[in-house]
Design a protein around this ligand. Structure first.
Ligand SMILES: Nc1ncnc2c1ncn2[C@@H]1O[C@H](COP(=O)(O)OP(=O)(O)OP(=O)(O)O)[C@@H](O)[C@H]1O
Ligand SMILES: [Mg+2]
Length: 281
């Protein structure tokens, strides 16, 4: 059974300037252990797709149509299932991780509360689990991080905290919306490697959203290329990258070097990203 299955999702946004069809009949699925990427230019509807599926768009802004099931539960016809799944079966790792955390509570308090809810354990045990999770996501000085507030951590560190929270929730799906585009190449590579590592350990599915074909090339099993609310090209990563059918995909591809070290496991991710961003060899 797929973790996520979406059929003919349409999202109309009620804006001051009229109705915008931001998502126009998209269909896709994600199995466990799989990374599916939506790539496309700014304004193509990538975030709206993710926010609609997580039901994070207010009803007076967005009108949804179509079908979507997350872990077999309808998330379009009703809000009642998604409210129990968000932060548990599905965790969002947004571009700006500050927005996903409470600015006035320490990292430790937020993690301990989430862990206690999930595992029904005492404070001390939850704190031990939080520490172990921060170590698992390779966050430096985890004891100190627990006592800090979100604004005291860098963007990359906060991404790691959110990924740790996804781990603690034993999430089946991570939705990562441009998770690394605000980060420099080395930190970006570290987060992408961490996502892949966690996926190998836990079999979590990943819905990755990016405008960077290099990142998509590195991370994805399957890619959907989005333009003006529609998927204009879909397929396994090799097909889309090596044999693009659509002019828009070819345009995206022209921006990255044809030959590269992306399939060489000995080349570090940071180096691959540098090459794809046009860095010299
Ligand atoms: N809250 C909103 N109010 C009005 N229009 C919106 C809102 N959110 C998105 N839109 C519009 O919906 C369309 C899709 O936007 P969306 O944010 O999904 O694009 P995106 O592909 O995520 O772009 P980016 O790469 O810049 O993040 C755009 O035309 C955008 O202007
Ligand atoms: Mg977006």
């Amino acid at each position: 059974m797929p973790i996520l299955s979406v059929r003919d999702l349409t999202v109309d946004l009620m804006t001051a300037g009229g109705v915008i069809r931001a998502v126009d009949g998209v269909t896709f699925g994600i199995d466990s252990g799989e990374t599916v990427t939506i790539i496309g230019e700014s304004g193509s509807g990538k975030s709206t797709t993710a926010m609609a599926l997580l039901r994070l768009l207010p009803d007076d802004l967005a009108v949804l149509a179509g079908q979507a099931e997350l872990t077999g539960k309808d998330v379009i016809g009703t809000r009642k299932h998604i409210d129990g799944l968000r932060g548990r079966a599905v965790v969002l790792v947004p571009q700006d991780p500050m927005t996903a955390l409470n600015p006035i509570a320490t990292v430790g308090r937020q993690m301990v509360e989430a862990i206690r809810l999930r595992h029904r354990c005492g404070k001390a045990e939850a704190r031990d689990r939080a520490l172990a999770l921060l170590r698992q996501v390779h966050l430096s000085r985890p004891e100190q991080r627990l006592k800090q507030y979100p604004h005291e951590l860098s963007g990359g560190m906060l991404q790691r905290v959110l990924i740790a929270m996804a781990l603690s929730a034993q999430a089946e799906l991570i939705v990562a919306d441009e998770p690394t585009s605000a980060l420099d190449v080395t930190v970006q590579a570290g987060i992408l490697d961490l996502l892949l590592e966690i996926q190998q350990e836990t079999g979590v599915g990943i819905l990755l959203i990016t405008h960077d074909l290099g990142v998509a090339r590195l991370m994805s099993d399957r890619i959907h290329v989005m333009q003006s609310g529609k998927f204009v090209e879909s397929g396994p990563v090799e097909h889309v990258v090596d044999r693009p059918q659509h002019a828009y995909t070819r345009k995206l591809l022209d921006a990255i070097p044809k030959l590269g070290p992306w399939d060489d496991p000995d080349v570090p991710t940071a180096r691959k990203l540098e090459v794809m961003n046009g860095g010299s060899s």
